[in-house]
Design a protein around this ligand. Structure first.
Ligand SMILES: Cc1cc2nc3c(=O)[nH]c(=O)nc-3n(C[C@H](O)[C@H](O)[C@H](O)COP(=O)(O)O)c2cc1C
Length: 191
């Protein structure tokens, strides 16, 4: 049984991304995993200030809603990030969440090339939705995920669900008209 943290980094509750995350969660729970869903949309999570007061093993000085997420993060085995595609990458909310993990790092006296500190070992996955559905639609977002979450943080990639063709934000959500929800359920169940 895994302890999974799902961060949903969009403003719209019951929108495409929220639905995708819920299907993943239903699949993961059906396989016996414990899931905590955190909707970042209604939380205040500022970007990292770069003050370095947290070096090393001291808490982040920013007293925003990230403080209630840190304990959930600390005890989870897997981080699942769900985000709509905004301007061809992840949302600012998700980027801010990731930046704030800086405060969880530990000193590493012998880091591998290109890494300067140690982060907790976690499994991870990326769930995304978008309006467009070209072969390159998610390229920047997936590249960021690979560089940051896998290469830098050192997390273990369990996969991505990239749900293109979900319609633009102004209209009704269209994800129900696609197979993406089934894919996300099966992915959650397969863990
Ligand atoms: C600010 C903003 C930027 C967006 N940028 C893109 C984009 O670059 N490419 C794209 O295909 N869709 C883009 N979209 C559309 C959303 O990614 C898409 O509608 C998504 O499924 C919305 O998710 P939600 O229903 O969870 O809010 C954008 C939407 C907004 C509001």
């Amino acid at each position: 049984m895994k302890n999974i943290l799902v961060v949903v980094a969009c403003g719209r509750v019951h929108g495409n991304t929220d639905k995708l995350a819920d299907s993943f969660i239903a699949g993961a729970e059906s396989a016996g995993h414990h899931v905590t869903k955190v909707h970042l949309g209604n939380k205040t999570i500022n970007g990292c200030l770069g003050c370095n007061a947290c070096r090393y093993e001291k808490p982040c000085i920013q007293k925003d809603d990230m403080q209630e997420i840190y304990p959930i993060y600390d005890t989870c085995d897997m981080v699942v990030m769900a985000s709509p595609l905004y301007f061809w990458t992840i949302t600012a909310k998700l980027k801010a969440f990731i930046e704030r993990l800086y405060a969880t790092s530990k000193q590493d006296d012998n880091p591998p090339k290109g890494r300067y500190e140690k982060y907790a070992e976690k499994d991870c996955a990326l769930l995304m939705t978008s309006a467009d559905d070209f072969f390159w639609t998610f390229e920047q977002a997936v590249s960021y995920y690979q560089f940051t979450c896998i290469n830098y943080l050192g997390w273990h990639d369990k996969g991505c669900v990239l749900a293109g063709g979900c319609g633009g934000s102004p209209g009704k959500r269209k994800i129900d008209e696609t197979d993406h929800l089934k894919t996300a359920f099966a992915f959650g169940k397969s863990l």
